[in-house]
Design a protein around this ligand. Structure first.
Ligand code: NAP
Length: 547
């Protein structure tokens, strides 16, 4: 394996070294990449993260109320090691941010990963050399490292989006983005708090903030559907059953896009309207995402069925909110499920509190900020503390921030100027030996993310092994394969109602971002494709001999 070399160093470069693979990111994907490449494959690996510790998204998103809103304990976790599944005690059905972070810290310690991760280090440059078939990265701490492979586990939801309202910087009070929450406690006590944004982060944090703050003003642009998370302690019986049946649960997760349980194959037409209503009620009571994925086939495809489920959830919101005017403003009017589904813990009930007010920005837009207020068309709202729950430049944003330079020095910003083209969501034409975890065009957030990251990384590992065993120096996807992949992703998305809605899935939350569906909606099919591509000798890729 390659060794570390320290020779004469150019000015500004403190440390120069070589290894087999560089991993960027120490979240779920990056930690697993380091473990897999180093411990399972015996490669020399160095990992970097700009954060001060492991955790990725769970390192940053410490806002009050942050917890997993996917099928959670013990499924939102690594699945590859039964020992790990057996030894980690989850305590709640929807794991809190602190508990996920504790788990990832345990993972890093258990597999002795920290010795190869450099924290508090940003990659300032990443460049491919066609002659040596290697990547060189430079860091803001003065390191220069070269490696044959660059693994980008930079996170699908990392680049925080701050709205560019004119004068927003005039606000002189405390201001925190949910995705960059301070690591010291933020006090809301006695404060007037403004929250902009009602996606998952806003909806999770608003009820918690309202419990402590003197007053909360929520600035809502799009009303949302949210399903009750029904978080509760997980019982030891449940955990032992999951452990006993782990192999079959994992197999179900692989076959059903990350969902660990059997789902209904029933058609809506097989039931009467009253029977359907009863079924929705049952799934609503069950909580979590059951209503969305376990009612009838085609909720995200069939407009009439979607309308019926949408109306069911709207009724639930109407029943919950005492003030009819507030209820009216909270009525979602897009296709249910076509923005990322939200699981809430008392969000709608929060609007029955006397200290919470809702501003509908579609009727009463923000016009200005002063040092101590937000001014909308119809009034001025005094604020001591502003929370921006305004989301992320999702999926493509973190790769563009890294902006690697591929063949001929072409930057990713140039390459992705109009479309975020990839092949299999893991590779990019013009960027040999670079692999992404959860890149555009992969299932990412549509699949239980840790399992998806594991499986992508295992495929990448096999691909690297293929190169080594065959004396090959570089792999790169072909333009034809990339074009076909782009078409396939689009075709799958176009078959559904997703493209009808402005969402971060479509890049619509970032002004000027190309409109393109950023994920692969059929997780199980995606992993079958990965396997087929490998079996066919890495179809859609071109290889170079070692130079
Ligand atoms: P988000 O879903 O993109 O929501 C951002 C919110 O800010 C939306 O309500 C959006 O309104 C609003 N907004 C954006 N720009 C605005 C502007 N200029 N003026 C007014 N409002 C504006 O972001 P998020 O809530 O941070 O969630 C992002 C994703 O992170 C989620 O979808 C989920 O995948 C993940 N997440 C997961 C968890 C978890 O527990 N696992 C928790 C939080 C987040 P519009 O709807 O009108 O654009």
């Amino acid at each position: 394996m390659a060794s570390t070399t320290r020779g004469a160093q150019p000015r500004g470069v403190r440390d120069e070294s070589e290894c087999d693979a560089i991993v960027i990111g120490a979240g779920f994907g990056g930690l697993y990449a380091l473990h897999h490449l180093r411990d399972k494959m015996g490669l020399s690996v160095r990992a970097f993260d700009g954060a001060g510790g492991v955790g990725g998204t769970w390192w940053y998103n410490r806002y009050p109320g942050a917890r997993v809103d996917a099928p959670s304990s013990p499924f939102y976790a690594y699945t590859f090691s039964k020992e790990l599944v057996n030894e980690w005690e989850w305590t709640e059905t929807q794991t809190s941010q602190a508990a996920v972070l504790a788990y990832l810290e345990h993972f890093a310690d258990r597999f002795d990963l920290r010795r190869d991760i450099q924290f508090d280090t940003w990659i300032s440059d990443a460049r491919y050399d066609e002659n040596t078939q290697r990547w060189t990265i430079e860091t803001d701490t003065g390191d220069r490292v070269t490696a044959q492979f660059l693994i980008c586990a930079v996170g699908a939801l990392f680049v925080a989006h701050k709205p560019d309202y004119p004068g927003i910087n005039d606000f002189a009070g405390e201001c925190h983005h949910t995705g960059r929450w301070p690591h010291v406690p933020v006090s809301f006590s006695g404060k007037r708090v403004g929250v902009i944004g009602t996606g998952s982060s806003g909806i999770q944090s608003i009820p918690e903030i309202a419990k402590e703050a003197e007053h909360v003003t929520v600035f809502q642009r799009t009303p949302q559907y949210a399903l009750p998370a029904r978080n509760r302690p997980i019982t030891t019986d449940e955990l032992s059953q999951y452990r006993e049946n782990w192999d079959s649960l994992r197999a179900t997760m692989c076959a059903r896009g990350g969902w660990p349980f059997k789902t209904s194959r029933r058609r809506a037409s097989e039931d009467s309207p009253a029977q359907r209503r009863a079924r929705y009620e049952e799934l609503w009571e069950q909580g979590g995402i059951h209503l969305a994925i376990n009612s009838y086939i085609g909720v995200l495809v069939d407009k009439d069925l979607n309308h019926e489920v949408s109306e069911f959830v709207r009724d639930k919101i109407r029943e919950t909110i005492r003030n009819p005017e507030t209820a009216r403003k909270l009525m979602p009017d897009y296709y249910f499920g076509t923005k990322r589904l939200i699981l809430d813990n008392g969000y709608f009930e929060t609007y029955n509190r006397e200290n919470v007010a809702l501003i509908d920005l579609r009727e009463d837009p923000i016009e200005a900020f002063t040092p101590s207020s937000v001014r909308t068309r119809e009034g001025e709202h005094k604020i001591d503390l502003l929370v921006l729950a305004t989301g992320f430049d999702a999926v493509s944003g973190s790769m563009l921030k890294l902006n690697p330079k591929g063949r001929g020095g072409m930057s990713l910003v140039e390459k992705w100027d109009e479309r975020f083209d990839t092949y299999l969501g893991t590779t990019i034409v013009g960027f040999p030996n670079l692999f992404m975890i959860h890149g555009p065009g992969s299932p990412g957030v549509f699949f239980t993310m840790p399992l998806g990251a594991e499986r992508q990384m295992e495929w990448i590992g096999n691909c690297i092994r293929h190169l080594h065993e065959n004396g090959l120096g570089a792999i790169e996807s072909t333009p034809e394969a990339e074009t076909l992949w782009d078409k396939e992703i689009k075709q799958i998305a176009d078959h559904t109602l997703y493209p009808h809605t402005d969402s971060w899935y479509m890049g619509a939350n970032i002004p000027g971002k190309p409109r393109q569906f950023v994920g692969h909606l059929r997780g199980s099919q995606y992993f079958e494709r990965l396997a087929e591509v490998a079996e066919a000798g890495y179809e859609g890729f071109a290889f170079e001999e070692v130079r």
